[in-house]
Design a protein around this ligand. Structure first.
Ligand code: BEZ
Ligand code: FE
Length: 302
């Protein structure tokens, strides 16, 4: 009958994966066991703490639904999402920095003509967003689809609202770059907002006396054939949460100054409805391949 001390036990469990035919699965499982066992040894984890952890993970799973992914939120607040992003984007070669996709990308954004106002009927300070998509040599990339989405003035995404199914998309769309690699749209200035805190992840954040806030940003998914899909945000300079984003997603190059303007017309030549903000950003894409992510709702549906 085998009997193991603390260290022998780890090696026995590691060895139990020796016959795994998939070499990557074998490597990942052996390393996971080593790290988990090391954690238990270093912390002297008690039975009560182990049980609390099991209960926490159970409730995290139970909170998941086709429109809510509590495990991704957990990965986000533990910095794992940004670490996976970092190890997979070590060499940028001057390309735009990446950050988390977040849980509010619903995919299949409706294509809209350049210049469309995606904030019809939404209250808030008006903003004009003008962007340029180029390769690493600065050459414009035409015909590139770009999904954009952001929160409203109260910090909510359209997909978080009970009315979403009937009301349809708001503050989200797809634009396609013109012959000069440009796209533009009208919207409102987003504000900082809390991640969902009505679940176990929120409990954890609050128990740690962390705040649940993300600094104001607009999400972009730029997906050009022959280039790595670019998943990123543009953050608004001056936001008080830039230094302490709850999901650790801010990178300096992604912070943009947003100018307050009083011109009577916006850059699209049409009237401005009073003072407005101007966001300007250039996305530089890196040659490569890769599939754009599947939104959480579609992934859950299989
Ligand atoms: C977001 O930016 O939409 C987001 C990202 C991570 C967690 C929650 C929200
Ligand atoms: Fe967001």
């Amino acid at each position: 009958m085998p009997q193991f001390d603390e260290t022998e036990l780890t090696e026995a469990v590691v060895a139990s994966f020796d016959e795994t035919p998939d070499p990557r699965l074998k490597h990942l499982m052996r390393e996971l066991v080593r790290s988990l066992h090391d954690y238990v040894r270093r912390t002297g984890l008690t039975f009560e703490e182990w049980q609390k952890a099991i209960d926490f993970l159970t409730r995290t799973g139970q909170k998941c639904s086709p429109s809510r992914q509590e495990f991704i939120l957990l990965s986000d607040v533990l910095g794992v999402s940004m670490l996976v992003d970092a190890v997979n984007h070590r060499e940028r070669d001057g390309a735009t920095q990446t950050t988390v996709l977040g849980p509010f990308y619903v995919g299949e954004h409706k294509p809209m003509p350049n210049g469309t106002d995606i904030s019809e009927g939404v209250e808030g300070e008006r903003m004009y967003v003008q962007c340029h998509v180029v390769d690493l040599g600065g050459q414009p990339l035409a015909g590139v689809p770009v999904d954009v989405w952001h929160a409203d003035d109260d910090g909510f995404y359209d997909s978080q609202k009970p009315s979403y199914a009937e009301a349809g998309p708001s503050l989200r769309a797809q634009f396609v770059t013109d012959a000069e690699g440009r796209f533009a749209f009208r919207t409102i200035l987003p504000c900082s907002y809390p991640i969902p805190i009505d679940g176990p992840v929120g409990e954890l954040v609050l128990a740690a006396h962390r705040h649940p806030m993300r600094p104001a940003h607009v999400h972009f998914l730029v997906n050009a054939p022959g280039f790595e899909p670019l998943i990123t945000h543009v953050f608004i300079e001056g936001d008080k949460y830039l230094e302490s984003d709850v999901v650790f997603g801010v990178k300096d190059d992604l912070i943009s100054s947003v100018e307050l303007r009083n011109d009577a017309v916006m850059p699209d030549g049409r009237d401005a409805p009073g003072p407005w903000h101007l966001m300007t950003y250039e996305f530089r894409l890196k040659p490569g391949r890769g599939a754009a992510p599947r939104p959480m709702m579609a992934a859950a549906a299989g």
